[in-house]
Ligand binder design. Structure first.
Ligand code: ZN
Ligand code: ZN
Length: 348
């Protein structure tokens, strides 16, 4: 029986399975996807569920300091990739680098299992353009906390990449390849951890680890925690914290979220001045990603770091300082038109 004669529901399930491996396979136009109902696409979401279920493997593999330490280390260096590369570089182009390092950053970011850099940048630029308005893909105000945190990523509406919104990145075939086959790097990464664990088990039995244990801790647990802490910026950072700037969205600053996400918790600062490489605007606003990026710039790997604009320090731009959530004038923000997002011209 050919695929064409299969019942529609079965055919769509088969297409979803193929899309686990080739995310651009049979993708309809973005205009069509936008018309879709915002609901969970279960078959397409199975790998995401497997990622979470994989954490239960700890029941069989147990724990060791080696595995837990590696999970923490991989969390930190991959959170740096999410914030420093996927967010501050690919989405906002807040610094410049070479084409080779750009590919390295794309590869590094792909180990985070948050899909390709182009999809990430597209959905994020869309968020800045429509922050907390009815078109925002992950607004707690519009869709509730749970949808903003995790639901939107499972919606059939949000799986395709709108390459038109990331033209500055889509001109690099190597980045398009990583974006299209976004499961490739995570699979290789998981296999590498399994092989490393088996080798450590044989070479250094005193470490009390194994292939399965490093797979569960280094890949499944570390990646799942990484996902949820990243997602907190879409959910919690628009609900919990203080507002320095009266932006036309609900973004907030939070030290706790900044520590968990290496600096992304200064989300209200970021929504006001998204072109700045630094998100903690004062020395006490800890921004570990910025310190890491400074280090990379001293090594000559990145350059042209875009500073915090002088106007950010003008108290007259801090009108909504420390305003509690219920006091934020919602109607004021609702009548304001969305800011069009115009990415800076690539200088790679
Ligand atoms: Zn936001
Ligand atoms: Zn942003």
């Amino acid at each position: 029986m050919s695929a064409i004669t299969l019942p529609r529901i079965l055919r769509s399930a088969v297409v979803s399975v193929v899309q686990w491996f080739d995310s651009d396979y049979e993708v309809e136009s973005i205009a069509q996807a936008e018309q879709r109902e915002d609901k969970v696409e279960w078959v397409r979401t199975i790998p995401f569920c497997v990622l979470h279920l994989g954490c239960l493997g700890v029941i069989w593999t147990g724990a060791s300091w080696t595995a837990a330490g590696l999970a923490f280390f991989l969390y930190v260096i991959r959170m740096f990739a999410v914030t420093g590369f996927y967010h501050r570089y690919f989405s906002h182009r807040t610094f410049t680098t070479s084409r080779f390092m750009q590919f390295v950053f794309g590869l590094w970011g792909a180990t985070c299992v948050q899909r390709g850099a182009l999809w990430w940048a597209y959905t994020h630029r869309h968020h800045h353009q429509h922050s907390d308005d009815e078109k925002d893909k992950h607004s707690p105000r519009q869709h509730g906390f749970l949808w903003a945190h995790i639901g939107w990523i499972t919606s059939s509406k949000n799986f395709p990449t709108d390459y038109r919104r990331v033209k500055d990145l889509a001109k690099y075939p190597e980045l398009v390849f990583l974006n299209r086959f976004d499961v490739l790097v995570p699979i290789l990464f998981a296999v590498a951890l399994y092989v490393l664990g088996n080798w450590l088990n044989a070479a250094y039995p005193g470490l009390h680890t194994s292939g399965g244990q490093l797979l569960v801790w280094g890949f499944f647990i570390s990646t799942t925690v990484l996902f949820h802490c990243t997602a907190f910026i879409n959910s919690l950072a628009h609900v919990f914290g203080k507002r320095r700037y009266e932006t036309d969205d609900d973004s907030r600053n939070s030290l706790l979220l900044a520590l968990l996400t290496l600096g992304e918790g200064w989300h209200n600062n970021h929504h006001q001045h998204m072109g700045s490489v630094r998100q903690g605007f004062y020395w006490w606003e800890i921004d570990i990603t910025y310190y890491g990026l400074k280090l990379l710039s001293w090594c000559g790997l990145i350059w042209d770091l875009r500073p915090v604009p002088v106007i950010a320090y003008d108290p007259s731009t801090h009108r909504a300082a420390n305003r509690a959530p219920q006091q934020v004038p919602v109607t004021h923000r609702e009548v304001k038109p969305s800011r069009p997002y115009i990415p800076p011209v690539s200088r790679v």
